[in-house]
Write a protein that binds this ligand. Structure first.
Ligand code: GDP
Length: 300
């Protein structure tokens, strides 16, 4: 929690400043509620979600008759945590199958942090005693396969690559095939995120998925989202959820943004469990997403 707090320092300051001033008062006046609202909107919780949260918060406070700082803060923590749907299953489906590895597909727009996230997940799994193979199915960006292979060397995973500009689906197929042959536990498939149009994306990702599924079902499809792109990024991301069956969200770059509240907007708008958060560029800067701890860290 201490580390999470440190990494969320910027979000805290955005959310915290307004809230702390409000919550340091003896009693809350009408204007104070607006200030709470502004703080949440500034932190990118989203207008609609903020209205719901503040409405419910006011109702809680009214029913409980509490207007003390501690009382309101406690209710706010509960309300924000509830908005994050704490009961969702956020575990990664990496158990694997008889004679076949678990397959995780990683999707998202270019620059969101897909390759980095593959590397970090590999690191976590390997530290947990699992064996991992990377499939570099982002064959469009010249440096992408190289970058993934570097992560592979760093964390101790083999990387299957194809020729530059080659067919992403065939690289994905070969990666899973190799994973079966070498008996690894998990194959992570990094994909390309060219969002030129929905049809192109649908064709490409759909094909990668179909081809991989010749070996067996994809266990997990993770959508990687850059927290710093805010509400616009969220709209873009929706296309992916229409194209592939996304089973989890990874929200990256939460360390670099004052808009940590975006997690609430993402959880609410996409309705898909946020499973992991990226808190930096290093191999250990990935954390499981835990709503209660996250809210505590966010409020500082
Ligand atoms: P991709 O195009 O989706 O594969 O994105 P990359 O994995 O290449 O990441 C794009 C940039 O974002 C790189 O410079 C990464 O180091 C950086 N990045 C990825 N995740 C995080 C994160 O959680 N925090 C920070 N600060 N940077 C990140």
């Amino acid at each position: 929690l201490v580390r999470l707090r440190a990494r969320l320092a910027r979000s805290q300051s955005a959310l915290g400043r307004g809230l702390l001033t409000v919550l340091s008062r003896d009693h809350l006046e009408e204007d104070d509620w607006e200030e709470i609202e502004d703080s949440l909107i500034t932190a990118d919780v989203g207008v609609e979600a903020t209205q719901v949260i503040v409405e419910r918060l006011r109702e809680r406070v009214r029913i409980l008759g509490t207007r003390t700082v501690a009382g309101v803060r406690e209710q706010l923590v509960e309300e924000l945590t509830a908005a994050l749907e704490p009961d969702l299953d956020r575990s990664l489906r990496t158990t694997g199958h008889e004679g076949r590895p678990a397959v995780v597909m990683v999707v998202g727009v270019n620059g969101a942090g897909k390759t980095t996230t593959c590397g970090k997940i590999g690191r976590v799994l390997i530290a947990d005693g699992r064996t991992v193979l990377f499939g570099a199915a982002d064959t469009f960006r010249a440096a992408a396969a190289e970058q993934l292979a570097t992560w592979g060397e760093r964390v101790g995973a083999e990387t299957v690559r194809g020729p530059e500009g080659g067919d992403p689906a065939s690289v994905a197929f070969d990666a899973v095939k190799r994973g079966i042959e070498t008996g690894v536990d998990v194959v992570l498939v990094d994909t390309a995120g060219r969002l030129q149009n929905k049809i192109g994306l649908m064709d490409e990702l759909g094909k990668v998925k179909r081809v991989v599924e010749k070996h067996g079902p994809v266990d997990e499809t993770l959508l990687v989202l850059d927290a710093t792109t805010g509400q616009n990024g969220l709209e873009q991301a929706r296309v992916f959820t229409e194209v592939v069956d996304v089973t989890g969200v990874v929200l990256t770059k939460l360390d670099g943004t004052a808009k940590g509240g975006i997690v609430i907007a993402v959880q609410r708008k996409l309705g898909i469990p946020v499973k992991l958060v990226g808190l930096g560029e290093g191999p250990d800067d990935l954390a499981p997403f835990e709503p209660a701890a996250f809210v505590e860290a966010l409020l500082g």
